[in-house]
Ligand binder design. Sequence first.
Ligand SMILES: [Fe+2]
Ligand SMILES: [Fe+2]
Length: 275
Amino acid sequence: MRKVLVISDIHLRSKKRNIIGLDPLRQFTEALSHALKKHPDAEHMILIGDMTHSGHVSEYEMLKRATNTYKIPITFMLGNHDNRSNFKKVFPEIPLDNEGYLQKKISLGDDVLICLDTLNSSPQLEIEHEGKLCEKRLEWLEQELSQAKNKRISIFTHHPPHNIGFPGMDKIKLSNSADLFNIIKKYKNTKHIFSGHVHRSISGNTNGIGFTIFKSTCHQMPMDLLSLDSSLSVKEPAAYGIVLFDDQSIIAHTEDYQIAKQADPSNLDAIPDKL
Ligand SMILES: [Fe+2]
Ligand SMILES: [Fe+2]
């Protein structure tokens, strides 16, 4: 089994400007330390967008300081709270696709992980929080899919390309998801889609393909399926994702590292019978 970790919606911000009383950097570094201790066998870690809260250079510098000596290889992805040009200023060594987008293919044995750049533009207006894949990015995707016909594909997007039942978030999903699925459907080997953006653990099936969305390492979306507000936040324990790949399956776990920390170690003894 091969293991990949997925960290979602870090929302790094200076200490003075926390988010509902949470320090995003502290939350993130706690996740990094936990992952290194509990999952040192992970081959890769994907930061699936909204790495910063405001896309400021100082926030990317904070990200760089937190990750530059990390022992697991990291793939960076952009979300609606990110800023592509500021990211490039701080991470000039990270390769972009030929058109300057932060898109990447990760090869993992018989699996190919395709990380897409769904950032529409800087988030000055609410409408721009929705994601978009322009023609150039879609062309890149199609090229990668055609080259990986014999591999099992997992696609990673910050914005889910489907509704998830939170009306506020469904308004700002990937806006041109039909374009994405039209390409995916030409090839039969895309088996799973992983996303962030919603700040909750969600799974299901869309267009015949399995999907998983992971919680944020910082603030979470309250479980309110009626509100039209996309900015609601709650201090629930944070989590990150663990994805396992074997011959038969793609398996998604949520590592609720802050709940695990709360558990009393004396209660961790094995029970007499199986669970
Ligand atoms: Fe986010
Ligand atoms: Fe987002």
